[in-house]
Design a binder for this molecule. Structure first.
Ligand code: ADP
Ligand code: MG
Length: 586
């Protein structure tokens, strides 16, 4: 078949190709990753279709990728049994750039890190030209009866598309042949290196990848057919000879990370998986990997605690990006289940879910409302709190670091998430008179004195510990040797309003009525009675004079050095709360 149709590249592409090739010379290993990821994408599309229309798959069909390194001809041939491309798709997908942002790409390229950019900007295919002078892509879709070949050379201004003279050899799928540059041939036809690169990038490729090298084979067995163009002629070089599966060497013989038992995954693998999946430059702080049941189906999941919260997390316009991956039966479905799949205060945790069965013929909103996903959500949230608790007990200094960033989010959770409140409150930390570091409520309860029925706190929005501990309200309590919590965080008091008791002790604002000590003895009570009757006239006088301003006037034993105090009633707003409310109403 001579000629075929010639096309000119979209204006930017020829230029981009040249820039890519000249800039990424030292990064040229990336072609393995990019071509395998395209093959994997194509296989995923088949599996996605098969979830709702199983007829696309032949019975017992293997979805796989094969990589052939042919030393004799200096070629690498990558074949997949994915969706394939029609003639029009070959031209559109490989001859134009779908994503805009060419100038952004070029700018970033100047700054370095082109190897990662190339995939992000939808230029993955062009990485072929880092190692090849010439590339052919034969492809066939399930519906097509014909197979087409895209052909282009490095530095060319255009490409050609011809009908494959071998006929439809592929059944369904794509075959990319790289005609390696001489130096690249030396480097990549060396089997250990190619094998290493495939393994390195295979983590995400759910499909098996087989590698085969001509060098290791009986020369009587022919290589897979490759198409050679000469003077606009395409001729078939070798007759097709099927290579039997057992001679191919399975490279990624391990299931994807999340399908493995957690004891078969290293820390580094978990970290790399996180950074790749959620596009993060930093390693995560902690993670949990588990299986669970959700009604009629089961799932596997990973929850990761990032090393930091997004900068705008506490702003009201915050939306979590890139925080979720939902797979069904190993097939990626979506990274968007709406802005609040997890509760708002948890919306910085990264979650990966692979469900065995979900109704897929529904839109995102209905999908999110499915019973299974609702149950999974509950399970995930519980796991996150468990993970926090585990860090708190096993590695307190790591917990302190985590709490520094996420403490306020947890307190919001304690206020808003009634179902998990008990779990969350255990995780909270408060500034205390008892020790330098902040304390858990369990520790406060453990330190309680004989007869103590209250946990004392002073609300001091915005004020630091050193000014709160000088408050006259606190004096008497400290003098008696009791612990006082300093609510230095404005939200602390809201937490206590939703959690009135802890460990059998009632929270008591020391600036309000109702402070009781467990150690008052009878003498003290008697003394108090005496004082009351002695000062009854004064109290009566003050009550009359101050009737407009106060509810009541009483004699108190709460002070040691200050003569008098104005306090808020047990059921009134505290001074602090009034300041908060006033600020909100402005
Ligand atoms: P991206 O993968 O980001 O879209 P690429 O340059 O890697 O960008 O690929 C461009 C497009 O070419 C893909 O989106 C896909 O439609 C098509 N394509 C590439 N390789 C294959 C393949 N092996 N099978 C089917 N389609 C492919
Ligand atoms: Mg790609």
């Amino acid at each position: 078949t001579a000629g075929g149709e010639s096309y000119t590249y979209q204006s930017d592409i020829a230029r981009l190709m040249r820039v890519v090739v000249s800039h990424l010379y030292h990064d040229r290993d990336v072609f393995v990753r990019e071509l395998l990821s395209n093959a994997n994408d194509a296989l995923e599309k088949v599996r996605l279709i098969a979830l709702t229309d199983p007829s696309i798959l032949e019975p017992a069909e293997q979805l796989n990728v094969t990589v052939l390194a042919d030393k004799d001809s200096g070629r690498i041939v990558i074949r997949d049994s994915g969706v394939g491309m029609s003639k029009e798709q070959l031209a559109a997908n490989l001859g134009t750039i779908a994503r805009s942002g060419t100038s952004e790409f070029l700018e970033n390229l100047e700054k370095g890190d082109g190897g990662n950019l190339i995939g992000q900007f939808g230029l993955g295919f062009y990485s072929s030209f880092l190692v090849a002078d010439r590339v052919t892509v034969a492809s066939k879709t399930a519906d097509d009866t014909e197979q087409w070949v895209f052909e282009s050379e490095a530095n060319a201004d255009g490409f050609k598309i011809v009908k494959d003279p071998r006929g439809p050899t592929l059944g369904r799928g794509t075959e990319i042949t790289l005609y390696l540059k001489p130096d690249a041939a030396d480097e990549y036809l060396d089997l250990p290196k190619l094998r290493y690169l495939i393994q390195k990038h295979a983590e995400y490729n759910a499909a098996p990848i087989y590698l085969w090298s001509s060098a290791s084979l009986d020369p009587s067995v022919n290589a897979v057919p490759v198409v050679e163009a000469e003077d606009d002629e395409i001729k078939v070089e070798d007759e097709a000879t099927a290579v039997e599966q057992p001679q191919w060497d399975l490279v990624n013989d391990r299931p994807p990370l999340w399908m493995r038992d957690s004891k078969d995954v290293t820390e580094e693998e978990y970290e790399n998986f996180y950074m790749k999946t959620f596009d993060s430059p930093d390693a995560p702080l902690a993670w949990a990997h588990f299986k669970g049941d959700a009604g009629t189906t089961s799932f596997r999941a990973l929850v990761y605690i990032p090393s930091a919260l997004p900068n705008d997390f506490y702003s009201k316009d915050y939306i979590s990006l890139n925080s979720l991956k939902l797979f069904v039966k190993r097939v990626f479905i979506t990274s968007d289940l709406g802005p609040n799949y997890l509760e708002r205060h948890m919306n910085w945790i990264k979650v990966f879910i692979d469900v065995d069965d979900l109704p897929l013929n529904v839109g995102r909103d209905s999908l999110q409302k499915t019973k299974a996903l609702a149950q999974i959500k509950k399970n995930l949230q519980k796991r996150v709190y468990d993970l926090f608790a585990q860090i708190a007990s096993q590695d307190p200094s790591k917990y302190a670091e985590l709490y520094e960033k996420a403490g306020v989010a947890l307190k919001v959770g304690a206020v808003e998430d009634a179902k998990n409140r008990d779990r969350i409150v255990k995780l909270l930390r408060f500034t205390t008179s008892a020790q330098e570091n902040s304390t858990s409520l369990d520790e406060v309860v453990a330190r309680r004195k004989q007869g103590q029925t209250q946990i004392y706190y002073i609300a001091g929005a915005g004020q630091k510990k050193d000014s709160l501990e000088k408050s006259p309200f606190v004096e008497r309590i400290l003098a008696r040797g009791y612990e006082v919590l300093y609510f230095t965080d404005p939200i602390d008091e809201m937490v206590i309003n939703s959690v009135p008791t802890y460990g059998g002790l009632r929270f008591q604002d020391v600036a309000k009525d109702g402070v009781k000590f467990g150690d008052e003895d009878d003498d003290e009570k008697k003394e108090e009675e005496d004082l009351k009757s002695t000062f009854a006239p004064l109290v009566g006088y003050l009550k009359k004079e101050l009737a407009e301003f106060v509810d009541k006037v009483t004699i108190s034993t709460r002070l040691t050095t200050s003569p008098c105090l104005v306090t808020a009633g047990t059921y009134g707003y505290s001074g602090n709360m009034e300041r908060l409310l006033a600020a909100q109403n402005q």
